[in-house]
Design a protein around this ligand. Structure first.
Ligand code: NOJ
Length: 720
């Protein structure tokens, strides 16, 4: 259909029919159960009538091809204009085949695998009848207290932007009408949800516009540049106005400045939440502010359907605003080919064929291997082939390794570490004990663990947070492992045997009581359906850990937020003229995190040569090339992620001490030398000035190359 036809159709719709397109209800409404059903928030009695359901535009959370086909058919029979429903769901890191959580995927620094994971997630979703996924989540994160850091790829705007693009490409492909096994992407949560004060979910965000543009906005923009079809508002305020009522942000920045003309959906209940936020007195004002801000679909509350009719009839809201929203929704349905093919990819046979297929699980395995970060290793890993091992801890035999937002992922399907490790080590070489639960334990469990450990040469502890301890509404003020697990570590460490800890969790943790007590630490995150197999292969050395952190691990929660691309301050610690006391520092903790952005070990070692620059002067027309030789000095093959950082020594406004500008992955055999080559241009040195203009400043720049954001060699050049 073309726009003329859509306008014709909109012209035939009653006001109520049009407004019903703007409401999104959850699946239970279509199953005749209107007062229950929960996905991620309370669903109160909403005052939804049958006719609103008949005319509604989209549905949240339905999955299953046969069901989706039946619901769509029934809907089309009733809907007076034959407008198909859109089915949307949160397919965040897999549908049924679950990939590692996005924070782990970020640590892979592997855009191809990230793209493939979204493609597979989209395929499984599409054959089950879903048309839109509420992903990617690209909120920049700095505060590990916030449970949703596991949904983001981390603290760096450049890397987050690359991943945003990869996820959108994988999800949407090139042509949604033809590729019915792709789905439309919805980037979220616009904007700056990751900056919630004190890491408490749904809390206030207050950032300068410059800070937003420099750090927080690039990844959303990157997703849109990649053609992302939808945007979701965030729950938080942006400069005092909740995103869902923020005209400056939505109409001004998103639509006018960035030219986004796709569908903008509120987050769950976010329109009605304008009332407790304190910017609307009642549902009518909430609807008024949201439609004026440009929110097309109201998710899971009914302010629009209840109040827009009167707001339009009284002349307070121009009907053109409603028409505009309906048009965008119809256009999206058309892009997805729903008018010709209302069931689109929904297909029970394909469902049986592709969902959780071997091929999909293999991809999940590969990404789990590539997402696992080796944080410490003092000679324990890989496990020696002849060693007898004890696997101890609440995650030794647990299927709770999929992580939050695992849609149809099933814990019972997950490859568990005990099984995978036993298979690899062979008969009689592994004893397993739980030791304790995630948050509590018994003396009996502990004694059993000590007995298992007593008979082993090496101990692997499988520890972590259960999946409810992160994710939405999963903020924590103490980000250490639960005390019972710390006690378990202490008791095991007393035995004096080599100990490796494997961590399953959704956020950077305070590793006191872990890092200092064990010989090796493997950060497995929530590794997904094939997690056990991937981790077991890393433990025995069949696979090399190659992931690098994309979020800093603090020493302690008191340092939070701690991130690599911070400003220097006027009194930096450690500067040549720094005083002992009157500098920017803690009296009781270092400034730097325990483990910095970009950090991760391998089973081999790499040696870096000095970075060589093609010129020590750059102009707008002449980029420079930076080359660095890296040699694998260990006895095994390995992948090194060579990282390039830049610092603008003096800007018009203060500049970060380091900013990632590029990276190269080198796969090197033992003894092999490779060269990482980076091109750096003036364009990459631009930033937002105090008047928000985006440009570079001539002057001196420092370059840092190395295996992480801390351990680097430097050089410098001048931009003229
Ligand atoms: C609330 C979450 O904030 C959002 O990420 C999600 O997409 C919606 N609920 C729908 O489940």
């Amino acid at each position: 259909m073309d726009n003329q036809q859509f306008l014709g159709l909109i012209g035939k719709m009653t006001l109520e029919e049009k407004i019903a397109q703007l409401v999104q209800l959850a699946a239970p409404f279509y199953e005749g159960v209107s007062d229950e059903g929960q996905i991620t928030g309370p669903m109160e009695a909403m005052g939804i009538t049958d006719s609103m359901v008949t005319n509604s535009g989209s549905i949240l959370g339905y999955a299953g091809a046969a069901g989706a086909i039946a619901v769509q058919e029934a809907h089309l029979k009733k809907n007076p204009h034959g407008i198909p429903l859109l089915f949307m769901a949160d397919i965040v890191h897999g549908f049924r085949t679950i990939f590692p959580v996005p924070l782990a995927i970020g640590c892979s620094w592997d855009l191809e695998l990230a793209e493939k994971s979204s493609e597979i997630a989209a395929r499984e979703a599409a054959v089950s009848g879903i048309h839109v996924t509420f992903a990617p989540m690209v909120d920049l994160v700095r505060d590990p207290r916030w449970g949703r850091v596991m949904e983001s790829t981390g603290e760096d705007p450049y890397l987050n932007s690359l991943f945003a693009r990869a996820f959108v490409r994988g999800t949407q492909g090139d042509n949604l009408k033809e590729e019915v096994e792709r789905v439309a992407a919805c980037v979220k949560h616009f904007a700056a949800y990751g900056a919630a004060e004190a890491g408490r979910d749904y809390n206030t965000v207050d950032l300068s516009e410059r800070q937003m543009r420099e750090y927080y906005l690039p990844a959303y923009k990157a997703a849109l540049d990649e053609g992302c079809e939808m945007v979701m508002t965030s729950f938080n305020t942006v400069d005092g106005i909740p995103a869902s009522a923020n005209e400056k942000l939505m109409r001004g920045l998103l639509r006018e400045e960035w030219g986004f003309d796709g569908v903008l959906i509120s987050d769950w209940g976010a329109v009605k939440e304008l009332i407790p936020h304190g910017v609307a007195e009642d549902e009518r004002e909430a609807a008024y502010r949201a439609i004026r801000a440009g929110v097309d679909i109201e998710m899971m509350t009914a302010c629009y359907v209840h109040e827009l009719p009167e707001l339009v009839r009284s002349g307070r809201v121009d009907e053109a605003l409603v028409d505009e929203a309906v048009l965008r929704i119809l256009q999206l349905k058309d892009k997805l080919g729903l008018f010709e093919n209302p069931h689109r990819g929904a297909n029970p046979e394909r469902e049986a064929e592709v969902i959780f297929s071997r091929e999909h699980r293999d991809a999940a395995y590969e990404l789990a291997v590539k997402s696992t970060v080796l944080l410490k290793n003092e000679g324990v890993l890989p496990l020696r082939p002849e060693a007898k091992a004890a696997l101890i801890g609440p995650f030794a035999s647990s299927g709770d390794i999929l992580g939050p937002w695992s849609w149809d992922g099933r814990k019972e399907d997950a490859v568990k570490l005990d099984r995978a490790l036993a298979e690899r080590l062979g008969e009689g070489r592994l004893t397993v004990a739980e030791g304790c639960g995630v948050e509590s334990g018994t003396e009996e469990q502990l004694q059993e663990a000590l007995a298992a450990a007593g008979g082993a040469d090496v101990i692997v502890l499988a520890l972590g947070e259960d999946s409810d301890m992160s994710g939405e509404a999963g903020s924590r003020s103490d980000i250490r492992l639960p005390q019972v697990q710390l006690d378990l570590i202490a008791r095991i460490a007393e035995l004096g045997k080599p100990v490796a800890a494997v961590l399953f969790n959704g956020r950077p943790l305070d590793l006191h009581g872990v890092y200092d007590r064990v010989d090796a630490v493997v950060e497995a995150w929530f590794p997904g359906s094939e997690g056990g197999a991937a981790i077991a292969d890393i433990l025995i050395g069949a696979a090399d850990p190659s992931a690098r952190l994309t979020m800093s691990f603090p020493h302690s929660v008191g340092q939070v937020p701690v991130y690599y691309n911070h400003y220097n301050t006027g009194r930096p610690q450690g500067a040549p003229d720094a005083q002992v006391r009157y500098v920017s520092q803690y009296l009781d903790a270092p400034n730097e995190p325990l483990l910095p952005f970009g950090f991760g070990l391998s089973y081999t070692t790499f040696e870096y040569g000095a970075p060589a620059l093609s010129s020590d002067e750059m102009t707008a027309e002449s980029p420079i090339t930076i080359t660095v030789d890296v040699t694998n000095t260990g006895a095994r093959a390995g992948i090194e992620t060579v990282q390039l950082y830049v610092r603008d020594v003096a800007g018009e406004v203060v500049r970060p001490v380091r900013e990632l500008k590029g990276y190269a992955k080198l796969e090197l055999a033992p003894g092999e030398r490779g060269t990482a080559v980076f091109t750096l241009s003036e364009e990459q040195l631009r930033y937002h000035h105090s008047d928000l203009s985006f440009k570079s400043d001539p002057g001196r720049f420092e370059i840092f190359v190395g295996p992480n954001s801390r351990d680097t060699s430097n050089a410098s050049f001048k931009l003229i």
